[in-house]
Write a protein that binds this ligand. Sequence first.
Ligand SMILES: [Zn+2]
Length: 495
Amino acid sequence: MRILIAGFQHETNTFAPTPADYRSFLHGGGFPALCRGQALFELAEVNLPLGGFISAAQSAGHTLVPVLWAAAAPSAAVTEEAFERLAGEIVEAARQGGFDAIYLDLHGAMVCAHCDDGEGELLSRLREVVGPELPIAASLDLHANVTAGMLEHASALVAYRTYPHVDMAATGARALGLLERIFAGERLYHHAVRLPFLIPINAGSTMLEPAASVYAGLELRDRESAATLSFAAGFPAADFPECGPVVWGHGADRARLVEAVEALAAEIVALESRWSVPFLDAFDAVAEAQRLAQGASRPVVIADTQDNPGAGGDASTVGLLRALLAANVERAALGLICDPEAAELAHAAGEGARLRFSLGGTPSLGEPPLEVDCEVIRLSDGCCRYDGPMMHGTLAELGPCAQLRIQGVSVLVSSRKAQLIDRNLLRMVGIEPERMAILVLKSSVHFRADFAPISEAILVAKVPGPMAADPADLPWRRLGEGMRSKPMGMPFSPA
Ligand SMILES: [Zn+2]
């Protein structure tokens, strides 16, 4: 096959403060920077769906026609300009023809300023250009809000099966498998079931039950039904009617496919009350971490989930930092606070300097910055390579960064936001995570891949921030009629 390949990923939190403009896609915000043409092949070894697809396709002898790959940190809606420029380039490349199939590396939860369903829109424009028969396969994030439009216009969709997403490359390879079946002439049917409740992201980790068993069971269900099943738990912070979890599959035997999809959906719904995790407030989380850290040889991790820049936060809230300082903790580290001005001041002052300034703060929440006295311990250009299980091989470019020490707390301050999912981000400014008693990480679940193996315990804190850990806390206006805004929650009805 000659396969046109492109990637365009965004996870949109419509309640978040900051939109994703074209510039956000240029540097990637923790993802690889925007690349075009032959540069896509440099992602072959990165744990991204595109990387897995490229490796599998090249070893199978297919020819690839690369267009572009772009992603931005999760945030509020993608601007019309950013969508039209990037989607427009992909559609234009498709218009040139000269290929037998298309592979897209998509997220599946992109909302744009001018349309609710970014991926459905892109797929429908491509379908218009290439006609009804040409195979189009896309890989999706486990947090995709899968829409009827996406299912209609793609020939096949497959989602990750792990959260933390350690199987991104494997999912890209799975998408190739489906393209090959279609190209070989197999007629693949699809069947989908929309589930009736939103799943909080913290509750969806496949390192915890019930997600661990549900996802682990997919392989057996695939074999038994000769289909490829997916379960996207959805991204429960996108206010549009198709927000929510969807189970679907593609298979040549329609009856067995339908049976398998319906059975999987029924099992997930039967476990409804178990899709939740306990939360602590900032002060309780710090007190509990101090208690657990006594006599422990490994750090206690607190996830600052509501300011997770991987879900729309700006990595700027200071609620947990305030609680750490109030408790006079020792050997604590926090990563990261995105504050370009603080990073610039630290760089101007130099290592060893003592400074007093205002750090972080989130105006959209009415949260003022924190006045701090600090010492500049280590400066960095903000470039590092991830080695953790999830994004290994990715080069992060966070702009000028610094380790600031405030009492007993070492804070990684950056110029661009990124989710704290990899220990190398802390090491970049001289923080050795294994030597800390308490680590506060701005991440919801992805940190578990690299940090669970070195941690004594993991606590999840619910501190004011833009990403509601409990989706029922959000001021929904456009959710689907009857959708429960959390497991066992109240059905939504439009005002
Ligand atoms: Zn995800």
